[in-house]
Design a protein around this ligand. Sequence first.
Ligand code: AMP
Ligand code: ZN
Length: 141
Amino acid sequence: MSCIFCKIAEAEIPAKVVYEDDTVLAFLDIKPINPGHVLVIPKDHAESLAEISPEHLKCVAAAGRKVAEALRQALSSKCEGVNLFLADGKAAGQEVGHIHLHVIPRYPGDGFGLKFPTHYGNIPQDETDAVHKKLRSLLED
Ligand code: AMP
Ligand code: ZN
């Protein structure tokens, strides 16, 4: 098994685990954006949103909420907000090929943030309308 997060799930390599149940494991990110930055993973390997089962995704989300609540208590004034972030695919920033939810404690002026592109606020209306139409048709029951 070559997946680093599977190895963590199997306790083959160490991690600072903060929460675990039958389905998920949550542990501190080795290179935290802020102290208390946690990753939540499904124990069963799944690379992407397409691969993970809906049940396991629900468990990841539920554990992410638990961890966020605990961070607010643990860090008190140092945690004024929390980002949940999941990168699905390389273009979205995914570096480890085992799906994971980042739970990142945030406070004003911490310097972290998403960078907006130059076209932000200037997407042509016809592009928006076209994607709206396609999504509605793909997602309708
Ligand atoms: P992403 O760019 O969304 O794929 O994030 C991967 C994250 O995994 C990064 O924030 C890394 O710091 C973190 N990471 C990589 N290896 C380990 C490890 N062995 N233990 C804990 N976190 C790790
Ligand atoms: Zn894996």
